[in-house]
Design a protein around this ligand. Structure first.
Ligand code: MSP
Length: 489
C-alpha cells in the first residue's frame, strides 16, 4: 500500500448552478481530505464537471452557445464557488480536457480487448435529464424521477455488464467497506440480484461527446465517459507511476449522492474489472437535502444558493451546519430555524463561551502567559481521559463517514470543558494566594484543551480553527500540522 489517500466528488453537470446538495458533497470530501492530511496521508482530492452529453448540448443550443462555449462559461460557477467555500481540492476535472479523452479511449480499448463490447441496437426510453436508459418497469406515469423521457431507437455499441453480475456480488460481499452506509449496500445487492442487462455505451443521434473510435458517427455514452474521470486524474494511460501510487496501491474513495449509487457501485466496478483495474475501496452515498420540508427544485423556486447562505451566516457556520445536521446516508432538511439554533447554541454558546472565558481569564490572571505549576485535581484526570476517548471515537466515526457523530464527540469534550471551568472556579482561586499553582494548572488545561479543540474542528471549520489558535497566541499552519502532535496532553 502507498500512503496516498484519494477522494473524489461526482463531476457535476455544469448546466445548473451549484446548490446546497452539490456543496454538501464537496464539503464532505473537503472535511475528509483535511482530516486525512492531519493524520499524515498524502491526500489527493478531485472534483470537477461533467461536460458532455445530450443534456449539455440541448442547454447550450437553447442558450445560444456552442457546447464548448457553454461549458467554458458554466464550469466557472463551480470553480468559483469551491474557492468561496474553502475547498482544498488538488485537481479539477473537465471532461473536455485532452487528458480525459485519452483516458476514456484507453479504457474502451481495454474493455474491447477483453471481449466486452459488441454492436447492437438500443430501442427504448431515455431520460435526458438523468442521462440514463430507463427500463419500462421503472417508469411512473410514463415519467422517470418525475421527468419526461424520450424514445430512442439507434444502433449502439454495448458493454457486457451482465457478464459481471456474479463477480460484482462476490466483490461486494467480500469487501464490507465497499459501499457505505450499510443500508445502501443492501439496495445495490438487491438490484444486482434482479439481473443486470448489458449497457448501451454509444449514441448516434447527437454529437457532443467523445467520438467512439470503433465506428464513426458514434459518441461515447456520457456516463461511461464521466465515470472514467476518476482514473484520468490518477494518471491512467498517461503516467503509470502516478497511477500505481494513487489508484492501484493507494486508498480510493468516491463520495456521491444516493441517486447515482448504481452508476458507481455497479457500472463503474464492472468497467474496472473488465479493464483489469483495481476497484475503488469505498463508495459512500449520502442522502438528499430538502428545503424547509420540501423537495428542492427550480420549479418550486427554493433552490438554496450556497453563496447567499455564506453571506447570511458565514462560511464556517454553513459548513458546520451541513455536517452536523445530516446523518450520513439519510435525507436531511435545510431549515433556517435549525441553522440559527445551531449557530447560537453549538457555536456561540458552547464553543464561543469556552474560548472567550479561557482567553479572558488567561489575560486577567496571567497576562496571557501560560505557566504550568502542576497541582492536579480529579477533574484534570477526568478531562484528560475524556480527551483520549474522544480522539479514538473521532477516528472511528470519521473513517465511517459519520460526521454528525464526530461533531457530537468533539462537542462532548467542549461541554465537559465548560463544566470544568464551573467546577474549578478560577475566579475563586485567583483571590486566594495559596491557590496560585492550582490556578495556573487550571488555566493551562483550558488553553491546552482549546488548542486541541481548534485542531479537531479544523477539517470542518478551517477558518475558525486558525482564528481560535491565533487568539490563543499560537501561529499554526493547519495544513502542516499532524494530529499526533496534539494527542498527548
Ligand atoms: N454528472 C453526474 C455525476 C457523474 S459522476 C461520474 C451527476 N451530476 S449532477 O450535477 O446532476 O449531480 C451531482 C450530485 O448532486 C449527485 O451526487 C446528487 O446526488 C447531488 N444532488 C443533487 N441534488 C441534491 C440534493 N437536493 N441534496 C443532496 N445532493 C443532491 O449526477
Amino acid at each position: 500500500m502507498s500512503n496516498s489517500f484519494y477522494i473524489t466528488t461526482p463531476i457535476y453537470y455544469p448546466n445548473a448552478m451549484p446548490h446546497v446538495g452539490t456543496a454538501y458533497t464537496t464539503i464532505i470530501c473537503d472535511v475528509v481530505a483535511r482530516y486525512k492530511r492531519l493524520t499524515g496521508y498524502d491526500v489527493k482530492f478531485l472534483t470537477g464537471v461533467d461536460e458532455h452529453g445530450q443534456k449539455i448540448q440541448e442547454a447550450a443550443e437553447k442558450n445560444g452557445y456552442t457546447p464548448q462555449e457553454w461549458v467554458d462559461k458554466m464550469s466557472l460557477n463551480f470553480i468559483n464557488l469551491w474557492k468561496e467555500l474553502g475547498i482544498s481540492n488538488t485537481d479539477f476535472m473537465r471532461t473536455t480536457q485532452e487528458r480525459h479523452i485519452k483516458s476514456v479511449r484507453e479504457i474502451i480499448k481495454k474493455v474491447n480487448e477483453n471481449g466486452d463490447i459488441y454492436k447492437g441496437e438500443y430501442w427504448g426510453k431515455y431520460s435526458v435529464s438523468e442521462e440514463t436508459f430507463v427500463p419500462e418497469n421503472q417508469l411512473v406515469d410514463g415519467k422517470y424521477m418525475g421527468k419526461e423521457v424520450i424514445d430512442v431507437k439507434e444502433v449502439s455499441y454495448f458493454f457486457r455488464l451482465s457478464k459481471y453480475q456474479d463477480a460484482l456480488l462476490k466483490f461486494i460481499e467480500e469487501n464490507p467497506n465497499y459501499i457505505k452506509p450499510e443500508g445502501k449496500k443492501n439496495e445495490v445487492i438487491a438490484f444486482i440480484k434482479q439481473g443486470l442487462q448489458d449497457l448501451s455505451i454509444s449514441r448516434t443521434t447527437f454529437d457532443w461527446g467523445i467520438p467512439l473510435e470503433l465506428e464513426e458517427g458514434h459518441v461515447i455514452y456520457v456516463w461511461f465517459d464521466a465515470l472514467t474521470n476518476y482514473i484520468t486524474a490518477a494518471g491512467y494511460g498517461e503516467n503509470p507511476e502516478k497511477f500505481a501510487e494513487m489508484w492501484t496501491n493507494g486508498t480510493v474513495n468516491h463520495v456521491i449522492g444516493k441517486d447515482i449509487l448504481r452508476f458507481h457501485a455497479i457500472i463503474w466496478p464492472a468497467m474496472l474489472m473488465s479493464a483489469g483495474l483495481k476497484i475503488t475501496d469505498t463508495v459512500a452515498a449520502h442522502g438528499w437535502w430538502t428545503v424547509e420540508g420540501e423537495k428542492m427544485s427550480k420549479s418550486l423556486g427554493n433552490v438554496v444558493n450556497p453563496s447567499d447562505e455564506i453571506k447570511k451566516y458565514g462560511l464556517d457556520p454553513f459548513r458546520y451546519y451541513l455536517m452536523r445536521e445530516a446523518t450520513f446516508g439519510q435525507d436531511a432538511d435545510y431549515s433556517k430555524k435549525a441553522m440559527v439554533q445551531r449557530i447560537n447554541s453549538d457555536l456561540a454558546n458552547d464553543l464561543g463561551n469556552l474560548l472567550n472565558r479561557t482567553i479572558g481569564m488567561q489575560k486577567k490572571y496571567f497576562d496571557s502567559k501560560v505557566i504550568l505549576k502542576e497541582e492536579v485535581d480529579t477533574f484534570d484526570i477526568e478531562i484528560k481521559e475524556l480527551w483520549a476517548e474522544v480522539v479514538k471515537n473521532v477516528e472511528i466515526k470519521m473513517n465511517d463517514y459519520q460526521f454528525s457523530e464526530v461533531l457530537k464527540e468533539i462537542w462532548r469534550f467542549i461541554s465537559r470543558m465548560n463544566k470544568y471551568i464551573d467546577e474549578c472556579e478560577p475566579w475563586k482561586l485567583a483571590k486566594d494566594e495559596n491557590s496560585k499553582d492550582r490556578l495556573s494548572t487550571v488555566m493551562y488545561n483550558l488553553v491546552e484543551a482549546s488548542y486541541k479543540i481548534s485542531v479537531m474542528i479544523s477539517p470542518f471549520m478551517p477558518t475558525t480553527a486558525t482564528k481560535m489558535a491565533k487568539q490563543l497566541g499560537l501561529d499554526i499552519d493547519f495544513d502542516k500540522l499532524q494530529l499526533s502532535n496534539v494527542l498527548e496532553w
